[in-house]
Design a protein around this ligand. Structure first.
Ligand code: ATP
Length: 310
């Protein structure tokens, strides 16, 4: 029996390694968010982004889109993100906010209207050039089963240790990493240290800082973050989005106060638009969402105080 146990053990080991390998590959595809549906046109050209600090102007014109023809998701959306500015999309759950970010990245093709970057339709450019111009900080970042430094360097594989650390500082995650048992060499991911949603998002921000793209899409985590983490992420983003065309898909309103324009989406249409103070004055959907969220935050803080005093 012992003679059999050793090879069986070995087979078990090989099986586990292969499974893990598959998981890594699945995660990589997740990370790259590979979509087979969209292909380059035969005559596709590389996207050309203007020079200087202000570049990468985005324009959505009467964009119509549905995942399933029976259920339209975006019903004629038009807005601009001028070069170097920040526009935030807010609205109730399921309104189509994240869909807008997926369409800019061209995970799907639209059924009507157009999406352009510096005047070039995203359908006419190579996907490679489009995606290298856009830095995406997704809702839920998938980390490789590798070290922290590897995960950050993924943004620009040639980056030096000093550059990785500088990016982590901007993303406000450097102090956290240094306090880990093995610092930057700490293993993270499924087989290593599990990071919280906010920590993962800051790793993703550091990655994006290294990539240094002219356009930034931030799809905020839906999950609630504590106030300190939220402030840290916010200040990291303020640094990263400076002089970059930024589209924020906001699930929490506290992060959009400083946006140049806020677009309020409801049922696939733009219900309201303006600045934070302008929208509050309108006393419409945004104002009521804001009040509701403020009450919820206040209630949470109260509860925390009560717990702390116990
Ligand atoms: P939330 O704030 O809850 O994240 P959202 O405004 O970002 O919502 P989207 O993720 O854009 O909403 O989704 C809009 C609608 O499209 C939803 O009703 C959703 O069920 C649907 N949807 C999203 N992704 C897909 C998909 N891959 N296939 C089919 N339907 C989808």
């Amino acid at each position: 029996l012992m003679q059999l146990a050793v090879p069986l053990n070995f087979i078990g080991f090989v099986y586990r390694e292969i499974r893990q390998g598959l998981t890594d590959i699945e995660q990589m595809f997740d990370l790259l968010e590979v979509e087979a549906e969209v292909v380059d046109r035969p005559d596709a050209k590389d996207l050309v982004i203007g020079q200087g600090p202000e570049k990468g102007a985005i324009a959505f014109r009467d964009v119509q889109f549905s995942y399933d023809p029976a259920r339209p998701i975006l019903k004629g959306i038009s807005f601009d993100v001028p070069a170097g500015k920040t526009v935030a999309i807010v609205g109730p759950s399921g309104a189509g906010k994240s869909t807008i970010s997926r369409l800019l990245y061209r995970f799907y093709d639209i059924q009507g209207g157009s999406i352009t970057i510096d005047g070039q339709d995203v359908r006419n450019v190579t996907q490679k050039s489009l995606r290298s111009a856009i830095g995406m900080v997704p809702q839920d970042t998938v980390l490789f089963n590798d070290t922290v430094v590897y995960n950050i360097r993924y943004g620009r594989p040639g980056a030096s240790d000093t550059e990785v650390q500088a990016a982590a500082e901007i993303a406000q995650i450097d102090r956290f990493i240094k306090a880990l048992p093995d610092g930057y060499e700490t293993k993270v991911g499924e087989r290593g240290l599990k990071l919280s949603g906010g920590e993962k998002q800051r790793v993703a921000i550091a990655r994006t800082v290294l990539k240094s793209p002219p356009i930034l899409i931030l799809d905020e985590a839906t999950s609630a973050l504590d106030t300190t983490t939220e402030h840290e992420i916010q200040s990291a983003l303020d640094l990263v989005s400076k002089n970059r065309t930024t589209l924020v898909i906001a699930h929490r309103l506290s992060t959009v106060i400083n946006a140049d324009e806020i677009i309020v989406l409801r049922d696939g249409q733009i219900a309201e638009r303006g600045t934070h103070s302008g929208l509050l004055q309108q006393e419409g959907l945004y104002a009521s969402m804001w009040n509701r969220q403020r009450e919820a935050t206040e209630a949470e803080e109260q509860l925390k105080k009560v717990r702390e005093n116990d």
